[in-house]
Design a protein around this ligand. Structure first.
Ligand SMILES: [Mn+2]
Length: 440
């Protein structure tokens, strides 16, 4: 695989410091999650810590104090020959400085160096950035250290340090992608689109959903993706009406549609694509009607996406188009505004039209400006999905001929100066293209 341009973690930290100012930020690493005795789930670093350091080990914590002489103190696992024999290279405190740019580093094997550094740093700071509620042990450690720091300062009359979620800063920073970040996202999108296109060519009636899941995973991995961005959804027929269907264990019926929602993660950036195609060679009349309705809404939203619009504009627009289409099919009746006001469409379109996309599939960054009522304006560099859908579950009140049909079409979009660019156009979505691939 061609090499991607270098991500400059130092620049990211510099930008972070400029926002954090006279505060302290604590970012603990992800830890191994036990799967069953002696086996852990594959490790993935916590996104914010990886974003600022590029460091991929557990049992470490970064302490940022931009106002101090050592803005980035890193507490990492000590080198250990025996452990490295079994589990691979451990970088250790020396490399944390020389290779990962820490201003100071120490072993995380004992709690004292971090505890002391934290208390010293927070005594000089006004605020703390730390994500409360994810890890009880970390929470109680931080709360205890705040008490220690308060006592150390003596009777100042001041309150305890206010605590902010680091995403207040990093969410905004990560939302607008740099050129190097976009390159990674584009590559993840390319790999994912390619895998979806393979599935579209290779699926055969009577295959099991898990066979298609394996086919996708294979296509992701041989193209260099490290892992999935989220659990793949491979849903034949009415399984598509369960929005987060991940069982993937049913046999595919020639008469059904197949919905695939899957994305590859490359260097901590993920793609998120959904496509729907017939298990047989062609769409039935009803499948075609529903598919066309969703495709019309999806393409219309993409046309609308440009700087100055909001995610809410796109969702409102998708909803209107879908309601109009449902009226044409006589599935809904009455004036469109009234149907929407009464939320009648929610029976068939229960979810939103998109989400931010980046290191996390549902990426960080606010969807609103100050108050929840003020949706924020889209700006160049923001990346998100556009994914309208229609679902007619077996027990829905839809006309019988539509029951069991679930369709969602999802592409990944980046806002540009003029409008937007679709990053996932490598996989077909027009009915004619799909049918010709299916019958080739
Ligand atoms: Mn999505």
């Amino acid at each position: 695989m061609e090499s991607l341009s270098h991500i400059d973690y130092r620049l990211r930290r510099k930008q972070f410091y400029a926002e954090v100012k006279n505060a302290v930020a604590v970012l603990p690493s992800a830890e191994h999650q036990v799967r069953n005795p002696d086996v852990t789930f594959p490790f993935r670093q916590e996104s914010n810590l990886y974003y600022l350091t590029g460091f991929e080990e557990p049992h470490c914590v970064a302490l940022f104090a931009p106002h101090s002489k050592t803005p980035f103190q890193f507490f990492v696992q000590p080198r250990n020959k025996t452990k490295e024999l079994w589990e691979g290279k451990i970088w250790g405190p020396e490399a944390a400085k020389s290779r990962f740019g820490a201003d100071a580093a120490a072993s995380s094997a004992t709690e004292i160096p971090f505890d002391e550094a934290f208390v010293t740093a927070i005594c000089e700071a006004e605020r703390l950035y730390y994500r409360v509620g994810l890890d009880r042990e970390w929470d109680s450690r931080i709360f205890r250290l705040l008490e220690v720091a308060k006592k150390r300062l003596g009777r100042t009359g001041r309150s305890l340090w206010p605590i902010f979620d680091p995403n207040e800063v990093l969410g905004e920073q990560r939302l607008v992608k740099t050129r190097a970040e976009l390159e990674r996202l584009e590559k993840a999108c390319e790999i994912t689109a390619d895998a979806h296109a393979s599935a579209m060519r290779l699926v055969k009636p009577d295959m099991y959903e898990y066979e298609v899941e394996a086919l996708l995973f294979h296509a992701f991995r041989i193209q260099g993706a490290e892992r999935l961005g989220y659990g793949s959804i491979v849903a034949g027929g009415s399984n598509a009406c369960c929005l987060h269907y991940v069982a993937n264990n049913k046999r595919l019926n020639e008469k059904d549609l197949l919905l695939i929602d899957a994305g590859a993660e490359l260097d901590y950036f993920t793609s998120d694509i959904t496509r729907v195609f017939p298990v047989g060679q062609v769409f039935s009349k009803e499948q075609r009607e529903i598919y066309s309705a969703v495709l019309t809404a999806q393409k219309s939203c993409i046309k609308m996406a440009r700087p100055g619009k909001t995610m809410r504009d796109l969702h409102d627009h998708a909803t209107e188009v879908l309601v109009d289409e449902l009226k044409k099919l006589k599935i809904l009746k009455g004036p469109t505004p009234q149907i929407i006001k009464k939320l009648e469409h929610k029976r068939y379109y229960p979810h939103g039209t998109g989400h931010w996309l980046g290191m996390d599939v549902h990426d960080v960054g606010r969807y609103y400006a100050q108050r929840l009522q003020d949706p924020r304006k889209l700006a160049p560099g923001m990346v998100f999905t556009i994914e309208p859908g229609l679902y007619f579950g077996a027990d829905s009140d839809a006309p019988a001929k539509y029951k069991g049909i679930g369709v969602r079409i999802e592409d990944d979009i980046v806002i540009t100066n003029q409008g937007c660019r679709v990053l996932t156009s490598g996989v077909p979505k027009e009915i004619e293209e799909i049918e010709s691939l299916r019958s080739a």
